[in-house]
Design a protein around this ligand. Structure first.
Ligand code: 6PG
Length: 271
């Protein structure tokens, strides 16, 4: 999927990465609040963002009364389960800052993954303004297999990007969710989030934002650290691998800004 070339920032270590990510989020929040009176931030799951959230929790100047958070993906486990992305964000950030509870938009759990995805789609539509339904900033991580959010290799959510062989990972047949150049005309019919039944990374059942809504974001930051991500970083940024193989290659906002923040380990093989 084409798009402007992403910015690539490489820091010494995880701490430098966390501080640079927090700095950019604070800057984006200030811009969004000044321009539109609020800042809508999609939080990434996994472990990498934890330190960034802890740094963000101690930034005094952030006006949390104007900030809404949602989640790029969520595992279908209870909110107090250590595997829950909500749990990690709650522990490292949300319970430490004065964000109004009704501005924390968690993925619903305790129901079927299909139902949770449908409800979260409605929650996101209520959150995003229909005339310009764009996240201000989406924070994403990447797995060693090139997945992002809960969009894994072979996912049906990548259909239409480069017509690759797609595994059918749903019980109800392939779900046609195009990943076109983000078009606001398609907004009423496109899915903003989708169920995942058999993620190769446990927990298997998840809800994920789709490439469509992510690529509408004004800004995307991909945060990657560690030796185990070297190959995926090079494949994502310096190969012509199909998105079905390296799903994060489907993340290419046409009008938004895309920045990859890497630690030296993850970025060491880049030319
Ligand atoms: C998830 C995440 C996932 C994560 C990557 C990297 O719910 O699993 O959203 O996309 O960002 O797997 O995870 P680490 O940061 O733990 O390496």
């Amino acid at each position: 999927m084409s798009g402007r070339a992403p910015e690539i920032w490489i820091g010494e270590d995880g701490e430098a990465l966390a501080r640079e990510g927090a700095r950019r989020i604070v800057e984006a929040a200030r811009r969004a609040i000044a321009a539109r009176g609020r800042f809508v931030l999609a939080l990434a799951g996994g472990n990498t963002p934890r330190r960034l959230y802890q740094v963000l929790a101690h930034v005094e100047s952030l006006d949390w009364s104007r900030i809404h958070v949602c989640f790029s993906d969520e595992r279908m486990v209870s909110y107090d389960n250590p595997d829950s992305n909500f749990h990690m964000a709650q522990e490292s950030l949300l319970q430490l800052v004065p964000i109004p509870p009704d501005q924390i938009h968690a993925v619903p759990i305790g129901m079927s993954v299909e139902e949770a995805a449908q409800r979260y789609d409605a929650i996101l539509r209520a959150l995003l303004k229909s005339e310009e339904p764009r996240l201000d900033l989406a924070l994403l991580g990447m797995g060693a297999d090139g997945h992002t959010a809960s969009i894994f290799p072979g996912s049906r959510l990548l259909a239409g990007v480069d017509d690759d062989f797609l595994l059918d990972d749903s019980e109800t047949g392939p779900l046609r969710v195009d990943v076109p150049t983000p078009s606001l005309d398609a907004y009423p019919t496109e899915r903003l989030c989708a169920p995942v039944w058999d993620a190769p990374k446990a927990p298997k059942q998840r809800v994920t934002l789709t490439p469509y809504v992510l690529n509408l974001a004004r800004q995307i930051i991909v945060l990657v650290a560690g030796d185990d991500k070297v190959a995926a970083v090079s494949a994502a940024l310096e190969s012509d691998a199909k998105v079905a193989e390296i799903p994060i290659r489907a993340i290419a906002p046409v009008t938004g800004e895309l920045a990859w923040l890497l630690d030296r380990k993850a970025g060491r093989a880049l030319r």
